[in-house]
Design a protein around this ligand. Structure first.
Ligand code: GLN
Length: 453
């Protein structure tokens, strides 16, 4: 099968099923086919790599040259990116035709993809359910076979939680592994991009292609990346799995608990042993994150002022009015909430009480993991306390949405790699197993995921 045929197959499925799912913000058939023709040339002339000719869908947070890059916000509804994010450049080089841009929570703020300016994405397994978020569109296109591979970003769980909700595989690498250049910034000290695919093996191939030192991101690590696919076949004999008692307490859906425990038992059968570990500061993670992430967001989003690019209000009376109304009209409710919380936490009188304190909690949460990794190779637990919830179920109660991030957020606070692999179904909706490792353990996580699948 040629890349053009494969690309046409996906474009056809997109036109049939996406009107219902709303997983794409933009579909780029001409670009996809042009790139597929180039890929077919490479397949003929022997310059193809493992991903050449396989289409990809990019989360609409990645700048794509000449293509609308909206971050699912009215603010950027008219924004055509003038350059490619580094990840996009690398996956173009790998020869992956771009099918389009996927829907997400506005500016990646959310856990359900419902805060998108373009309306919610539906979960392909159950159209009443959310696909998770913020990379909900990406997870949905993989689950519904509207793309074979997709990119996502994870600031507090946005790759792993939608992967869990949609029954796909997603990995957030160690902070600094993938360049953030050209990824629209939400909370820069947390943001990290990663692959969203069906299998761990495909994620390994994609991560190989996506991660490379890039001097345009000052936090991108200047070091050799391993071949993330090289150890997929390794045995799990002797693997030490840490199981944190705190992650199986109150609030965890019993069906999810059973699926996760069964999955860990399955991994024991593959040669692993389990050890009980403790993450005593787990309750500090969500409050710390929901001060720090909005603080960084309030700074990052100050660039949307209606002047240089993005939405501008009609007939501003003066400069103040231009700023005020462009932001009031261009941002949705959740984004405004975060900007206000963040600006408050950073303001002179409250900086020490909120921002500085939250930084201290961040360190404590990270140290919990560092200590736990002295006793085990990886930590396993749930990705989210429940399977996908219903569309509309949490929209009136942002705090309940925030609290549901309790298992994913600590990993971002520490900058550790984390992965979700499909583990079962509860109430007809998928549930993932969360695997977290020490810095630079991506290859190990992918190895476990591959052996488990
Ligand atoms: N749900 C979290 C938030 O709303 C995480 C989102 C993300 O990882 N981008 O901030």
């Amino acid at each position: 099968i040629s890349s053009v045929e494969l690309t046409l197959h996906y474009l056809d499925r997109i036109s049939k099923y996406d009107p219902e799912l709303n997983a794409y913000v933009t579909v780029t058939p001409e670009l996809a086919l042009e790139m597929a023709r180039e890929a077919d040339e490479r397949l003929k002339n022997g310059t193809a790599g493992i991903l050449t000719g396989i289409p990809v869908a990019h989360k609409d947070i990645f700048c794509t040259d000449g293509v609308k890059t909206s971050c699912s916000s009215k603010m950027l509804d008219n924004f055509i990116a003038p350059y490619d994010a580094h990840v996009v450049t690398l996956l173009k080089k790998a020869g992956m035709p771009i099918l389009g841009k996927t829907n997400m929570d506005e500016f990646a703020m959310g856990s359900s993809s419902e805060s998108s300016y373009y309306g919610p994405t539906k979960n392909p397994w159950d159209l009443n359910a959310v696909p998770g978020g913020s990379s909900g569109g990406a997870a949905a296109v993989i689950a519904a076979n509207l793309a074979p591979m997709a990119t996502g970003t994870d600031t507090g769980g946005s790759i792993r939680q939608p992967a869990s909700f949609c029954g796909i595989t997603g990995i957030k690498p160690t902070y600094g592994t993938v360049s953030r250049f050209g990824i629209i910034a939400y909370a820069s000290s947390f943001d990290q991009a990663g692959p969203m695919t069906r299998s761990a093996e495909e994620s390994a191939w994609m991560l190989n292609a996506m991660s490379e030192f890039d001097q345009r991101d000052s936090t991108c690590l200047e070091m050799e990346r391993p071949d993330f696919a090289a150890s997929l076949g390794d045995s799990l004999d002797g693997l030490k799995v840490g199981v944190p008692a705190e992650y199986f307490g109150e609030g965890l859906d019993p069906e999810v608990e059973k699926i996760v425990k069964d999955a860990i038992a399955e991994i024991e059968k593959l040669g692993a042993t389990t050890v009980s570990v403790s993450l005593p500061n787990k309750d500090l993670a969500v409050p710390s994150y929901y001060v720090l992430a909005p603080a960084e967001a309030s700074s990052n989003l100050s660039r949307y002022d209606g002047v240089r690019f993005g939405y501008r209000c009609e007939n501003p009376a003066d400069l103040q009015d231009l700023y005020k109304r462009s932001r009031a009209e261009g941002f949705g409710a959740e984004v405004k909430r975060r900007i206000m919380v963040g600006a408050y936490a950073l303001s002179a009188g409250y900086y020490d009480a909120y921002y500085l304190k939250a930084q201290r909690l961040r360190r404590m949460v990270r140290d919990d993991f560092t200590n736990a990794f002295e006793q085990c190779d990886v930590i396993m637990g749930p990705v989210a306390p429940t399977p996908a919830f219903n569309i509309g179920e949490k929209t009136d109660d942002p705090t309940s949405m925030y609290l549901a991030d309790l298992y994913t957020i600590p990993v971002n606070l520490g900058g550790f790699p984390g992965m979700s692999v499909p583990a079962g179904f509860a109430k007809g909706r998928p549930v993932g197993l969360h695997i977290v490792g020490p810095y630079f353990s991506e290859a190990k996580l992918l190895n476990i995921g591959h052996q488990f699948q």
